[in-house]
Design a protein around this ligand. Structure first.
Ligand code: ADP
Ligand code: MG
Length: 321
């Protein structure tokens, strides 16, 4: 017998997230009721994943559950916020129990890891579409914004961008790699790691922050524009993983790192006089971030190699001639 909507919610989503004492009413009432601590600002984000647009049709259900929350967690990380409560609006073509169990498990593991309670949502029938809304908190005035940078700020990125774009290409068989690199890169697309701890620790250090979801270069341009500056990135400084270099070569690895997407790393600017305190407080080798460039007065986003400006398109780069 097919599951009713009520059974589906009870079975897969009632205990999906973390248990939190500040949830007064979670799943089961008309709306969720949460106790917001005094002296905090609420930080709220939502993101939708559509099958065939944001992930390949037939992606593992656990990965879809993980990514739906991860993309929202990453937005909160970029604000320097701590996540607390999530809502899930799920549109599915049919109630397939094995798929739902895997999807909920993928979502639950990440939610519990970051102490996020699933407090409500909506369930509808239609083409597979997953929307998560995530709420979190930050001390008043402490949130990181895109707009706080100024010319001369050093620019840093966490992790090794480009891996996820290669992972997606491998998933879609547009790329091949040997088994170890393939496993690592696929995982980087299917289960991105939102940089929650780093985001929180960057409060007081970073002048501006954005999460890298649409490609490092484009997102650097967004941060710079919001800060009313431009940005310069050194091609040689862009960090790339060893498996990515093995799969596509060093040149293409850096190109993918700049123009790929789905990284969910943090890109942040730091006033020059604050750099040494940050490096001492958050040792880069432990926290996993790299200096890749600087904000500048002239508008635009440029990548420099040995003094030459490189030109990028989605398919790669050509030299500026
Ligand atoms: P209503 O008709 O009042 O919107 P629903 O039947 O849609 O009620 O939802 C019942 C309860 O289940 C609500 O608390 C709602 O937030 C929750 N809910 C519905 N779908 C989901 C879902 N996919 N994930 C988590 N909670 C859900
Ligand atoms: Mg409803």
């Amino acid at each position: 017998m097919p599951l009713t909507e009520f059974e589906l919610i009870e079975r897969y989503f009632r205990d999906c997230g973390a248990a939190r004492s500040d949830v007064i009413a979670g799943i089961g009432d008309d709306a969720a009721l949460v106790a917001v601590p005094p002296d905090t600002e609420l930080v709220v984000a939502t993101d939708t994943l559509v099958a065939g647009v944001h992930f390949p049709e037939g992606s593992p259900a656990a990965s879809i559950g993980h990514r739906a929350l991860a993309v929202n967690l990453s937005d909160l990380a970029a604000m320097g916020a701590r996540a607390a409560w999530a809502l899930l609006a799920l549109t599915i073509p049919r109630a397939e129990e094995a798929w739902l169990a895997e999807f909920a498990a993928g979502l639950a593991a990440l939610a519990r890891a970051h102490r996020v309670a699933l407090v409500g949502g909506d369930t509808t029938r239609g083409p597979l579409t997953v929307t998560v809304q995530l709420l979190g908190t930050v001390p008043p005035g402490a949130a990181l914004r895109r707009c706080g940078g100024r010319a001369g700020d050093a620019l840093f990125v966490s992790g090794t961008p480009g891996d996820a774009a290669a992972g997606l290409a491998l998933e879609e068989r547009r790329l091949a790699a040997e088994p170890l690199a393939l496993a690592y890169l696929r995982e980087r697309f299917l289960r991105p790691t939102p940089r929650m701890a780093l985001g929180e620790r960057l409060r007081g250090h970073a002048s501006a922050c954005i999460d890298v979801s649409d490609g490092l270069l484009g997102d650097a341009g967004k941060l710079a524009r919001a800060s009313q500056t431009g940005v310069e990135i050194s091609f040689a400084a862009v960090p790339v993983s060893e498996p990515l270099v093995r799969a596509v070569g060093e040149e293409q690895a850096r190109t993918l790192a700049l123009t790929g997407g789905d990284d969910y790393e943090l890109l942040f600017a730091v006033h020059p006089e604050k750099v040494s305190a940050m490096l001492a407080d958050l040792p880069p080798e432990r926290w996993g971030y790299t200096r890749i460039g600087a904000l500048r007065a002239a508008p635009g986003a440029e990548v420099l190699r040995e003094g030459t400006v490189m030109q990028f398109s989605h398919s790669g780069y050509q030299h500026f001639t």
